[in-house]
Design a protein around this ligand. Structure first.
Ligand SMILES: [Fe+2]
Ligand SMILES: [Fe+2]
Length: 470
């Protein structure tokens, strides 16, 4: 295992001190990052001590160290999974050739674009979530929010390291621009739309961490296959952090469901008792799942095909497949022609996005199945909406479908929208429940059940966040 220098100004396991130029460049970027964190990171909690885990090594047995730290003192650093000896390219036109230690000139632009697009999502989500601390349902949840936030900050470091190390001046400029764009800002928005959507309540946060962080998992799995070995190793370590983000979302929604079904089983009306009705949860699910589907790009994509052909971005767990070149045969995709949904055959590389998205959809279904187990017997079943519904990208963008995938008119869609997606009334109700923070260690907000267990073997009522008297 590679050694981790935790005491360096920038903790790392890439032997940063041996490359003085790179070290200096990153140390110059660091104050801008901290300034961004203070301006756009969690609003109002920078002086609290938060029980956070920090990476101290990259092997699976013990990478995380837990302890109370102030978020601005978090040890953001650069961690790559250990190299595999003699790693070979696993797909595309360069199948079987040695993985690249440097960026080939012909792939410089598309690789930079992939890294910038991934990197941009990391600070974006911190910005989206910055106000949530003020309405936290418990100290346990507050700590989980901050853990996700500091790790998204670290993911930004991971991408900035690649930009600085391998892309020269353009890379340094892109690293600056990552600190300049702002989620939801009309003049300088974040690159992908899901990362410009406001996250103003905890229901949206839990749906985001279930569905949008799970998109992140699939993007990272695809990039972990990359022929560009430093990108692959970076993403492999990021995946270990991502798992926790999805845990926060999955169990967060699970606890909301638990609270609601406990009331239903006791013969009580959830909305008269300050809990969230299951139909309303379904509408939040519909929104966040479909904006996350958009992140996979078009069903038929020439970009996707050229990323695959070049070996830049593969399919998640590429080794599952028999054919790693995708030059023969055809893939079936659903498209819209003359207003009709039709099935067409396309060259298989053109449908790589769809292949990745299908794996994601299956994974989302297993999350929904777990929620349905919690709600068993109350006469309600959560469902993933059809991928035709509410799409902003791809074959179905701009057309109107109901969540079951039936084509409907725009008029009907608008009339029934409050049945499909979170309405103004839903949002007002949810925000009304989350009017203030719950910060006593033993308490949980009324709309959510306590978790089954605490973090890192600590009790549920542990003081996960401490305020310091001024
Ligand atoms: Fe991330
Ligand atoms: Fe994440």
């Amino acid at each position: 295992m590679s050694t981790v220098s935790l005491n360096d100004k920038i903790p790392n396991n890439v032997d940063l001190s041996s490359d003085k130029r790179l070290q200096r460049a990153l140390e110059q970027w660091q104050p801008g990052f901290l300034e961004w964190w203070r301006e756009m990171g969690p609003d109002g909690f920078q002086a609290c001590d938060v029980y956070l885990r920090t990476a101290i090594s990259v092997d699976s047995s013990g990478w995380a160290h837990f302890g109370h730290v102030k978020m601005p003192d978090y040890r953001w650093g650069i961690f790559l999974a250990d190299p595999e000896g003699d790693r070979r390219i696993g797909f595309g036109d360069h199948l079987g050739e040695p993985a690249w230690k440097e960026v080939p000139g012909e792939y410089r632009n598309p690789l930079r674009r992939l890294i910038v697009t991934q990197g941009d999502t990391e600070p974006a989500s911190v910005e989206q979530q910055r106000g949530l601390g003020k309405t936290c349902p418990s100290l346990y949840d507050l700590r989980n929010l901050f853990q996700v936030n500091v790790e998204e900050g670290r993911h930004l470091w991971a991408m900035v390291y690649l930009l600085h190390s391998y892309f020269g001046r353009d890379g340094r400029e892109e690293a600056e621009a990552l600190l300049e764009r702002r989620s939801g800002n009309p003049d300088r928005p974040r690159i992908l739309q899901a990362f410009n959507e406001p996250i103003e309540d905890w229901l949206s946060f839990f749906m985001f961490t279930t569905f949008t962080d799970r998109d992140g998992k699939y993007q990272l799995l695809s990039l972990a296959e990359s022929a560009f070995d430093p990108l692959s190793r970076t993403c492999r370590f990021m995946l270990t952090e991502e798992a926790h983000h999805m845990f926060v979302g999955q169990t967060g929604i699970g606890r909301v469901i638990q609270r609601t079904v406990d009331l239903v089983r006791a013969g009580k009306d959830p909305s008269a008792n300050g809990a969230i009705p299951l139909e309303m949860l379904q509408r939040y699910l519909n929104f966040w799942y479909t904006v996350s589907l958009d992140l996979f790009g078009s069903e038929v994509s020439t970009n996707g095909a050229s990323y695959f052909g070049g070996g830049l971005k593969g399919r998640p767990k590429e080794e599952r497949f028999a054919d790693h070149r995708l030059l023969d045969g055809a893939a079936r995709v659903e498209l819209v022609e003359d207003g009709q949904v039709v099935e067409r055959e396309v060259k298989p590389r053109l449908a790589v996005n769809l292949e990745t998205r299908s794996a994601y959809q299956e994974d989302c279904q297993s999350a929904v199945d777990k929620w349905n187990k919690l709600a068993a017997g109350v006469g309600f079943e959560f469902r993933l909406p059809s991928p035709r519904f509410h799409r902003g990208v791809g074959a179905f963008a701009g057309l109107f479908f109901d969540p079951a995938g039936h084509r409907i008119s725009e008029t009907e869609f608008l009339r029934r929208e409050p049945e499909f997606l979170p309405s103004e009334a839903d949002q007002a109700y949810v925000r009304g429940l989350m009017a203030g923070p719950v910060t006593e260690p033993r308490r949980f907000a009324n709309w959510i059940a306590a978790p089954a267990r605490g973090i890192d073997g600590r009790p549920v009522d542990f003081e996960y966040v401490r305020w310091n008297e001024a």
